[in-house]
Design a protein around this ligand. Structure first.
Ligand SMILES: [Zn+2]
Length: 974
């Protein structure tokens, strides 16, 4: 299947070439590694796989002829060449200017980088200074050019001496990614100072020196599309397009010392210059490094630098995904080679690159890192970023920049002893819980400890894989542990004992005496070999009670109401809700953004939470779920939203879950020369935001040659951009890719693209459980929270007829509510302001069931409450008597009564007199004197429940007596 290139019979000795014309990416196969050394001086850049006998490089017809003449079998890498041609076309179509590289918006130009650093230095004068270290070649010549300017980042308020990191970028001009990576590294540190704990202590106690553009003259040509490598020195080569000195072969240590390590032919890409250090760029960088680091190594090649030598030098290149250390000019190991390998493998764990001594690639001499290590003894590295000179921005943003910035951060943390500290466990994810306390309160610190994170491959010249030991101990410090008087506060293993290489640690910190303000807490761990690792840090803030407030609440799923374990960030502080969704914490008065997030849910943001001292705030937050806009469980029976281009297919039993997975063959390994897509149909994502793709995968391909690639399109497949690339992975893992470029896209597509080259097959890229999810208005519209009635009660639940009961309710998410009366079928409509909670007074005459009905999503819902109405007891006349019942004429009798439950009583005489109305205070018990002339019947009438009732009492009036006749014989006088 190899596509051999027909070549003109060029001769190996002719150094004439039309640089830039017809450049293709080729694979050159060799059967003898010495062939690589023979052509190495001709190669500006190459990927070399010695085990495979394969070299890959950009080559014009002249170089292709050289490779063939040297005994290589040469074939075209058509996909990579097409990309190269397309890039070239984009440049020729654009008008080149000082700003912005056509088609590569993520890479700032020389001028843009300078402006940005000047701005940063003027806004952060205590943290960043720009240091002029010398001229470029063109500047020196008086023909334009630039000053080389180092960004020196450190907190100048804290005096040194401090260990230093010196990083340079894009010394090879066409390497776009290094300069931008370094610029962001500086921005991240300087802008993170004060909020990012590690950035803060790094700048307090270390120095970071960054030369973003080490070859600005050359870079300016590369920004116009030239595959320019060298500086622009025109003194030695007559052909304008081939001029310049390879600055990374010009350094005055072991200059021109290795067979094939550089070229003496001025027009060639690795021309080393007339003498070591001949170029002003080289001179400036070498002098700056020497002044910065001093000399720590003896004169012999075999003299090691002392183990406690501080400082690191790094030279960032692209491409090939490599972490390299000295030597490059000899196969003898560097005298500090073992320690260099340990740090190199630690760094490579961040970016996943191959870690090896530089000679493992091919011989190089006069390089930057051989100089800084060889002359000064300082730990020195070269990175080869990514997979392209003109790397696409997606890959840079998603893969190269974050992983390599993390590697640089690690380097910045071990500067105090880079030959020692990397042997110990790393300390990450340090945080204080809580991260803000009232003065005098307690806090704990938690951290992840990891002795195992390192690149474990064994490429040529990588040295043995360092042993990994269990964590032995860890401690927290309130001052940097290396300072005199630092007090260790021992931490414990979260699982009870330190016995594995990866542990979580926790422990109380002595926070009681801390004054109000922000404090750094440092954590350092030791492994069982006794090696201490680099420190990690977190802030703990102490607030005076008079400046403090509190906040509490619950985070729930807006649809189900279920509690969520969510991250609650308020200003610089964060906390995690408990299993019941609840959180409660102390705040400092101020105005803070509040953000609540949980996996699978849309993040809720309150831009400015106003907090006054003494406040006790409540914030309950209900989160919307994100929606699956595309879901492929990849099971045989399920219809897939993806269209597979053969031989993509669902293979049963190949999934992580034991079911099916997408693969590139029905069985066994994939075929060679594949470039096949598994593409979604067009999706309308209008109204959606926070789009992200999640899938399980095992990318078991030939590393560095066969790839799984995820691409997205916002125009229905008209053009695609890469968002993810994988190769050489034997383990399943879950990949989560934010895809902001698809937010709101009406014609969005996603595809899984697999490419294989001409040789070496492997099991392939298994893809399973693919979900494209998104939030936004369109997603929210489909998940209105259901209406619910949380309470509906009558108080009191039982009344005496005529009394009043109060109906009270609380509801959620109701759009309308009403209360129906079972007795009279009347309906009371609840006013909108009272929907969530309110009261309604009722006074039923009899037992009534009141039904509250509320409308809303998933509604209506109802709730009932019963009001029991009891009757008052009936009116009764217990007694109504006349005393005495018989009177003589002219005498009085007393009517007396006792009643129950009477509301009104009156007494009527049957002699026709006016009724007597009993005063209310006499209703229950009373009396009335009467003096009837004749016999009278009195009727007491009382009203009340069950009334009226009556009772009768009569008074008999005795007539006057006749004259008395005494039987004693005497007669009274008339
Ligand atoms: Zn380079």
């Amino acid at each position: 299947m190899a596509l051999a290139i027909a070549l003109a019979g060029a001769t190996a000795s002719a150094p004439t070439r039309a640089h830039g014309d017809d450049v293709q990416v080729v694979r050159a196969w060799f059967d003898d590694a010495h062939k690589v050394d023979a052509v190495a001086p001709l190669l500006g850049h190459a990927q070399v796989d010695r085990a495979k006998g394969l070299l890959r490089t950009e080559a014009d017809p002249w170089l292709r002829a050289q490779l063939i003449a040297a005994g290589f079998r040469v074939e075209l890498d058509r996909a990579a060449s097409d990309t190269l041609q397309r890039t070239a076309a984009a440049f020729s179509a654009a008008t080149s200017g000082a700003r912005a590289i056509p088609g590569f918006a993520c890479y700032r130009t020389v001028e843009e980088a300078q402006d940005r650093l000047d701005d940063l230095a003027s806004t952060h004068p205590q943290l960043l200074q720009m240091v002029d270290i010398g001229p470029s070649w063109q500047w020196q010549q008086g023909s334009g050019g630039y000053r080389l300017r180092v960004a020196r980042a450190t907190n100048s308020a804290i005096p040194g001496p401090k260990p230093a990191l010196f990083v340079i970028g894009s010394i090879h001009a066409r390497e776009y990614t290094p300069a931008e990576l370094l610029l962001r590294f500086v921005e991240d540190l300087v802008e993170g100072y004060g909020s990012d704990a590690d950035a803060t202590w790094i700048l307090d106690h270390h120095e970071v020196h960054v030369l973003v553009h080490a070859n600005p003259d050359g870079r300016k040509r590369a920004e116009a599309g030239a595959l320019w490598r060298k500086n622009t020195n025109s003194a030695y080569c007559a052909t304008a397009s081939q001029q310049g000195i390879d600055l990374n072969r010009n350094f005055p240590f072991a200059w021109n010392s290795a067979p094939g390590g550089s070229s003496g032919v001025p027009c060639q890409d690795t021309y080393r210059g007339p003498s070591g250090g001949s170029e002003p760029e080289t001179e400036a960088i070498a002098a700056y490094a020497t002044q910065l680091f001093g000399d720590h190594r003896g004169p012999l090649l075999t003299d090691p630098a002392p183990d406690d030598t501080p400082g690191i030098f790094m030279d960032i290149h692209s491409y090939s995904q490599l972490v390299l250390w000295p030597w490059g000019f000899t196969e003898d190991p560097a005298p500090n080679g073992t320690a260099l390998a340990v740090l190199g493998r630690r760094l490579a764990a961040f970016n996943g690159y191959t870690a090896q001594a530089a000679i493992g690639l091919y011989a190089t001499d006069g390089t930057t890192d051989d100089y800084t290590y060889g002359e000064l003894g300082v730990a020195s590295y070269a990175f080869e970023l990514g997979t392209d000179f003109f790397q696409d921005c997606q890959t840079f943003e998603n893969a190269i920049e974050p992983t390599n910035r993390a590697a640089l951060r690690y380097a910045a943390r071990v500067l105090r002893a880079p030959y020692v500290l990397p042997a110990g466990p790393d300390t990450t994810q340090v945080r204080a819980e809580p991260d803000l306390i009232l003065a005098g309160d307690a806090a704990t610190v938690v951290a992840q400890l990891d002795d195992a994170r390192q690149q474990t491959g064994t490429p040529p010249f990588s040295g043995p894989v360092p042993a990994v030991q269990p964590i032995a101990s860890a401690a927290a410090y309130l001052t940097p542990p290396w300072l005199p008087g630092a007090t260790a506060q021992p931490l414990q293993a979260a699982d009870g004992s330190f016995d594995t290489p990866v542990e979580a640690a926790t422990g109380a910190i002595d926070s009681g005496a801390l004054a109000p303000g922000r404090h750094l807490v440092y954590v350092q761990a030791r492994d069982s070999s006794g090696a201490d690792g680099p420190v990690g840090a977190a802030f703990v803030e102490v607030v005076a009670p008079e400046d403090a407030a509190s906040i509490a609440g619950t985070v729930t799923d807006i649809v189900s109401g279920a509690p969520l374990v969510a991250r609650v960030e308020i200003g610089p502080w964060q906390t995690t809700t408990a299993a019941d969704g609840g959180y409660a914490r102390v705040l400092r008065a101020g105005s803070w953004p509040m953000q609540v997030s949980a996996p699978g849910f849309e993040t809720a943001l309150e831009p400015a939470l106003a907090v006054a001292a003494g406040d006790a705030l409540t914030r309950d937050v209900a989160l919307y779920r994100t929606c699956a806009v595309l879901d492929d469980p990849v099971e045989p029976a399920a219809v897939s939203p993806f269209t597979p281009q053969a031989p993509w297919q669902k293979r049963a039993g190949a999934g992580q879950d034991g079911g099916a997975a997408w693969l590139q063959s029905a069985s066994g390994d994939y075929a060679n020369n594949l470039d096949i897509a598994l593409a979604s149909a067009t999706l309308d994502l209008s109204g959606y935001s926070s789009v992200s793709l999640r899938f399980d995968q095992r990318c078991n391909t030939e590393a560095d040659w066969d790839y799984g690639i995820v691409e997205v399109s916002g125009n229905g497949g008209g053009s695609w951009s890469e968002v993810f690339r994988c190769d050489g992975e034997t383990q399943w893992r879950t990949v989560e890719l934010p895809l902001p470029q698809l937010d709101g896209a009406a014609n969005a597509r996603v595809r899984f693209r697999f490419t294989s080259d001409t040789a070496v097959r492997a099991p392939g890229w298994a893809v399973d459980n693919v979900v494209l999810s998104a939030g936004g208005a369109e997603c929210r519209a489909g998940q209105q929270p259901p209406v619910s009635i949380d309470a509906f009660d009558a108080t009191p639940a039982q009344i005496v007829a005529g009394d009043i009961a109060t109906l009270a309710w609380t509801t959620r998410h109701a759009t309308a509510c009403s209360i129906a009366n079972s007795s009279d079928a009347s309906v009371h409509t609840i006013a909108a302001p009272d929907l969530a909670s309110g009261t309604f007074a009722v006074s039923p005459a009899q037992d009534v069931i009141y039904t509250l009905s509320c409308d809303g999503a998933d509604g209506p819902v109802t709730a009932e409450t019963l009001v029991i109405v009891t009757s008052p007891p009936p009116v009764a006349i217990l007694e109504f008597v006349a005393m005495p019942p018989t009177v003589a004429q002219g005498e009085g009798s007393t009517l007396a009564w006792t009643t129950e439950n009477a509301t009104a009583c009156s007494i009527v005489a049957d002699d026709g007199g006016a009724p007597y109305v009993v005063a209310s205070e006499d209703l229950a018990e009373g009396s009335l004197l009467v003096e009837p002339e004749v016999d009278v019947a009195y009727t007491l009438s009382c009203d009340g429940e069950g009334g009226p009732v009556t009772a009768l009492a009569a008074v008999t009036v005795m007539p006057p007596l006749p004259p008395a006749v005494f039987d004693d014989g005497f007669e009274t006088a008339p």
